[in-house]
Design a protein around this ligand. Structure first.
Ligand code: GRG
Length: 307
């Protein structure tokens, strides 16, 4: 049996951009290995799954999983799996979100969306299959104690389902043309975008040694603030960045009359809110001192991202 590699053995001194690239490359390789081969039957579905998942993306959720794994000295092999698992769920959500019955979009990550490149039925099956594959991988890997593994499966299921991402999407679809107040908007985003981001952080930490109760509570607080920060920045970018830079259709939310932080607060107050959330997220990491440095860097990456 091979000795597990603790990812940060050399990585702790690596500059952030280099670390980020190395995690992105690891996740890309793991996804390429774990997705069904393009030539295996049913070929069209497997090609579409690979088209969707392997074509770019910032890999923010995998990066968060790896960075949280540094808090608990988690083995790299486990982090590769949980990072890929959350990315598979994220990719599924994007494919379904782009369908004509939802956001009806033609561009994603700078390329035609899955249903445009293939067809609607295939895109539906791609989402279904990516979700199933995520749970298969999470159940298959050895994470040590089976009770912990069950907790991880439950956490991901809760984050993806009607009390998490799918539920948030349902509220999103119902809210078109309506004015939500700030707590309502926050709830929608805590579910739609925040739940999976929180799951990425907690799953990464669960790959290593146990955290103390105050540490776990602080990490959870961080994850919730970081999820909301991600969304506020996304709303700002939707109305300030170009389609070419975003790789997806810019100005979509306003055109679809969707409530956003910018429509609710205006651009300046939305920027102030992002700055406040960044401060709150960083304050939650204080308990981890230098072990939390990657999460600090990632918080800044999420705040300053341009696409
Ligand atoms: C269909 C069940 C179901 C859920 C869809 C997450 C979601 C719910 C829809 C995505 C729509 C969207 C644009 C939400 C805003 C925040 C978000 C998730 C942006 C895309 O994530 P990035 O920026 O994308 O991490 P990349 O391409 O970098 O992976």
């Amino acid at each position: 049996m091979s000795t597990p590699t603790v990812f940060p053995s050399t990585a702790r001194n690596q500059p952030f951009p280099e670390w980020m690239r190395s995690v992105q490359a690891r996740v890309q390789a793991t996804l390429a290995r774990c997705l069904p081969p393009a030539e295996s039957i049913p070929g069209r579905l497997h090609q579409a799954m690979r088209y969707t998942t392997l074509n770019g993306g910032k890999r923010v959720r995998p990066l968060l999983a790896f960075a949280a794994g540094e808090l608990t000295a988690a083995p790299a092999e486990r982090l590769e799996i949980v990072a890929s698992v959350v990315e598979l769920i994220h990719s599924y959500s994007l494919v379904h979100d782009d369908l004509p019955c939802m956001d009806d979009d033609v561009l994603r990550r700078g390329r035609p969306t899955c249903h445009v490149e293939y067809d609607e039925a295939t895109a539906l099956l791609v989402g279904d299959s990516l979700q199933s594959l995520a749970f298969e991988l999470l159940a298959r890997e050895d994470f040590g104690a089976s009770s912990r593994q069950l907790e991880m499966v439950r956490l991901l299921a809760r984050a993806s389902g009607s009390c998490g991402m799918a539920g948030g999407q349902s509220i999103d679809l119902e809210s078109v043309g309506r004015n939500l107040n700030q707590p309502e908007l926050e709830l929608m985003h805590a579910l739609k975008t925040g739940a999976l981001i929180r799951a990425a952080v907690l799953l990464g930490a669960l790959c290593g040694s146990a955290l103390s109760v105050p540490e776990r509570e602080s990490l959870d607080r961080f994850a919730k603030r970081a999820g909301l920060l991600f969304q506020v920045v996304d709303d700002i970018l939707d109305c300030t960045a170009s389609t070419a830079t975003l790789g997806k259709t810019a100005g979509k939310d306003a055109a679809a009359e969707k409530p956003t932080y910018v429509s609710l607060l205006g651009i300046e107050r939305a920027r102030e809110l992002a700055a406040d959330l960044r401060t709150q997220a960083l304050a939650s990491l204080a308990i981890f001192t230098e072990r939390g440095q990657r999460l600090v860097d990632l918080t800044d990456f999420i705040t300053q991202r341009k696409f």
